[in-house]
Design a protein around this ligand. Structure first.
Ligand code: PLP
Length: 393
């Protein structure tokens, strides 16, 4: 059997059958009343997920489109931003800023580490003329499996007026990010991550302060114009033809998340993270990120001495149908990544670890058979908070 796969990727993630069925509904007129009702339900539901009362826009684009929309709609050419990067997606934000003529000051931290809020505070304190118009940062850096402390970064801003723009494409729903409570100005999400949908939608929640910046912004945009999207959205429409099946899927995934609750989702993701970390450590492998900054969505694992990521990734897929991701950026040749976000169950994690163990044994790596599943199973037995309803249960 070669067609049955367990996707342990940091996106795209598996799609629940209810969501897949919802996406198979007959076509509707996207300028008609059925669409308006769908639109109103999903935009209201998204506000709960972003934990905001601000307006949310949905664009038909992958997550990078959401990052581009944030830059093109909020920062004018020649204006300055502080781009805080801890990996490959931070570097992508820098590329986008430069492509849009934005003066980009880079604050880079090594792959595997989180951003230091104190360094951000120091930089902003030194910016007495308030030249820095925005801070750009990842919530969850997918290339390294590091979760930045966004609350601390927001506090580090102090009274500096810079907008805080957070790429939470792989973080939202997997880790807590209360936008309003943490005074975040823009949160960007993507459909193919913890939302359990196929790729194709990006969602941006935009604070009042950020909407004011959008009024003044002179940068170029057309398709990704968030003001156009908001104004059409208020009438229950989109400026351009929307990806209606994905919106049906979103409606269903929001209903599933409502049943699980956000707290339940965060607990499930944290538990999957701990299972993976315990299991991998029991095999003697090293993790790129420290426990204190470990992502609940994805874990980057260092390959054993003398092996390449492909030596693990290929047999996992070919022999076991377990699909994991390679490395990116600076650590491309040093790590492989196990995704544990979205519609992933505890048994998927156990199966993935068992397969990894076999691959290592086949490659001659000295590991104790059964060690990974035993370690992860122990975490699972003690870990699930009582009474938490999860999608996996
Ligand atoms: C943190 C982060 N930012 C941005 C992106 C880019 O999103 P997309 O590939 O959907 O354009 C990803 C995708 O993996 C991501 O994980």
């Amino acid at each position: 059997m070669t067609d049955k796969q367990i996707l342990l990727l940091p996106g795209p993630t598996p799609v629940p059958p209810q969501v897949a069925l919802a996406m198979a509904r007959p076509a509707i007129n996207h300028r008609g009343p059925e669409f308006k009702a769908l639109w109103e339900e999903v935009t209201e539901g998204l506000k709960d997920v972003f934990q905001t009362r601000s307006e949310v826009v949905i664009l038909t684009a992958s997550g990078t489109g959401g990052m581009e929309a944030a830059v093109a709609n909020l920062i004018s050419p020649g204006e300055k931003v502080l781009a805080v990067t801890v990996g490959a997606f931070g570097e992508r934000f820098i590329q986008i800023c430069r492509a849009f003529g934005v003066e980009t000051e880079v604050m880079a931290f090594p792959y595997g580490q989180a951003a230091d809020p104190r360094a951000i505070a120091r930089r902003l304190e030194a910016d007495t003329e308030h030249k820095i118009k925005a801070i750009l940062v990842q919530h969850n850096e997918t290339s390294t499996g590091v979760l930045n402390d966004i609350q601390a970064i927001s506090r580090a801003r102090g009274s500096h007026p810079a907008l805080l723009i957070v790429d939470s494409i792989s973080g939202l729903v997997a880790a807590d990010l209360p936008m309003d409570a943490w005074h975040i100005d823009v949160v960007i999400a993507g459909s193919q991550k913890a939302f359990m949908l196929p790729p194709g939608l990006t969602m941006l929640a935009v604070s009042d302060r950020a909407w004011q910046a959008a009024e003044k912004c002179t940068n170029h945009r057309f398709y990704l114009d968030i003001k156009k999207a908001r104004n059409s959205g208020l009438k229950g429409q989109t400026p351009f033809t929307p990806a209606v099946p994905l919106l049906y899927g979103l409606q269903e995934s929001l209903r599933l998340l409502k049943t699980e609750t956000l707290a339940g989702s965060f607990a499930r993701h944290a538990l999957m993270r701990d299972m993976v970390r315990a299991g991998v450590r029991a095999l003697g492998l090293k993790l790129l990120a420290d426990d204190t900054v470990a992502s609940p969505a994805v874990t980057a694992i260092c390959v054993p001495e003398g092996m390449k990521p492909a030596d693990i990734i290929a047999p996992l897929r070919e022999k076991f149908g377990v699909v994991v991701a390679g490395g990116q950026g600076d650590v491309k040749d040093r790590v492989f990544r196990i995704g544990h976000l979205g519609y992933v169950s505890f048994s998927d994690i156990l199966a993935g670890l068992a397969a990894l163990e076999n691959v290592l044994i086949d490659a001659g790596v000295p590991v104790t058979r059964g060690a990974a599943v035993a370690a992860a199973g122990a975490i699972l037995s003690e870990g699930m908070p009582a009474g938490v309803e999860t999608l996996a249960s």
